[in-house]
Unconditional design. Structure first.
Length: 94
């Protein structure tokens, strides 16, 4: 027949398990046994220089990741400015 839609099949679930299968499973994060208060201890004077060095190294890694792109050592912001200049030249509004 011309012009008839094929009859749509009801969607079959791809999951072979039913929700009832999991209804009786224990949920560990709902258990009411909450531990007592946790008291943190400050770092010692011996640990402070190592901690500061780790923080400085992490900051440098973040700065380098922001500075360089996957294209090599092309600075991201300079490349962005160049693209913005081209788009302004051709009249694109950003």
């Amino acid at each position: 027949m011309i012009g008839t839609k094929p009859q749509s099949q009801p969607l079959k679930s791809q999951n072979q398990y039913l929700l009832q299968d999991f209804a009786l499973q224990p949920i560990p994060w709902r258990k009411p046994n909450v531990p007592g208060q946790v008291v943190s201890t400050p770092i010692t004077k011996q640990q402070r220089p190592e901690r500061e060095a780790m923080k400085k190294k992490a900051q440098q890694e973040r700065e380098n990741a922001a500075k360089y792109t996957a294209l090599g050592r092309v600075q991201c912001f300079i490349e962005r400015e160049r693209e913005m200049e081209i788009s302004r030249y051709y009249g694109y509004i950003m």
